[in-house]
Design a protein around this ligand. Sequence first.
Ligand code: PLP
Length: 503
Amino acid sequence: MLLMTLRTLSVRALSGPAGNRTLTTQPITQHPESHKPQDPPAYNGQSYEEVVKLRKQYLTPNVTSYYKKPLLIHKGSGAQLFDQEKSYLDMFGGIVTVSVGHCHPKVNAALEEQLRTLWHTTNIYMHPKLHEYAEKLVAKLPGELKNVYFVNSGSEANDLAMMIARLYTGNQDIISFRNAYHGASPYTMGLTAHSTWRYPLAGVNNGIHHAMNPDPYTGIWGGKHCRDSPVQTTRSCDCQEGQCKATDMYYEQLEQIFKYSLPRGKVAGMFAESIQGVGGSVQYTKGYIKRAAELVRANGGLFIADEVQSGFGRTGEHYWGFEGHDIVPDIVTMAKGIGNGFPLGAVVTSRKVAEVLSQALHFNTFGGNPLACAVGIAVLDVIDEEELQKNSLEVGTYFLKGLERLRDKHDVIGDVRGKGLMIGVELVADKETRQHLSAPHFVDIWEMCKDMGVLFGRGGLNANVLRVKPPMCINRTDADYALAVIDYCCDQYMKKRKRGSRR
Ligand SMILES: Cc1ncc(COP(=O)(O)O)c(C=O)c1O
């Protein structure tokens, strides 16, 4: 019922001057498998109750589910997901992983062709897809970044990058940011800096230091020109455009780590997501990353860009998020969107750095598997052929501008940030103090969005950020629809809150 109401909602208020239109939900995407809301296809699998029972009984208890009544998704197409009852607009893409669209026909065809030809050999034999893919992937990277090692996940990629940095430099210490997420393996758990993701294990922090996060919204310093985004914070400052004092302050904090915590002049490396993903789409103050990379190199270290979420055109302006910081890293790690949902990851570096791996035998069974490589090649092709980077920029900027209007309208939206289709919407209890919205209140809004047919991710240390990172094939109609849903849900929530406060 709610869904029907929304589908005929006028979005004049959201779309700006040209926006006096009614939601049609008709897609304008070039993607052949369009994602207009449809009736769900027939499902003949296990019942919902059976799946819930099996999940409880046989999966380890740490396997979490989104939503009070978790969804049982049995089909995906373009930017749509289906359960037994209805279709959903997927604004989270399987955690920023479905880059070109669910079951994209070209990627499906590449995988089908490969599975009829050759599944697996390991790299002890040569097979053509691995080499074709390696050449194609590194062609997307600048400078000396021309050697690749394939892995199966982002954690594995970052594990390897940590090891390479330590071997290459002969140094042990590594820096990452507070609020970072770089994986959940015992090695990368140390880089990840949220207490929620940490087990109490000895050695996790071995040689790892967490720098103050240069976050212009929740951080202690920040103003209204700090971010490389179409939307700035509502904080005030007297900095001129391009002269962000917050960057200087945060950079001094980084220098303190070198002064107080590291052996003099010695660091193995620094990891940074180009935009923090799990941390809530947080962008750093402008210019910080470039200066940090210079400082790290001046102390003998390597700069490692974690592009697991921000790579492959998602940020719109660039193919890689690090380009937005005007740097060329020493190592780039990637996963998630690289395979559109197929388990695949990669570490790319220069020949000079990669040589250190020859000091011992290093092997994994599945990295560079023919099936994964066939998928990886098709994904690169689709991003180019369907101009998905350009689409991320256009639709993402349009979406961000719409969200900015919603932020100005609703007290519960404290911040809107991001680039392209890597967007965060931070929900707050108090706009002035930027106090985060507590979990039950956030869940009210987030569940309501789901009930209206739009799936968002959830992130940030306080789990109060709506994460908007859909397949890159979404169009403006989808964006309008998602904006209208957020608008409606925030409105309903605020009405409820006002009723509550009168009691
Ligand atoms: C930026 C970043 N790096 C690394 C990882 C770890 O990737 P995986 O879950 O594939 O191990 C993630 C996962 O969310 C991530 O967001």
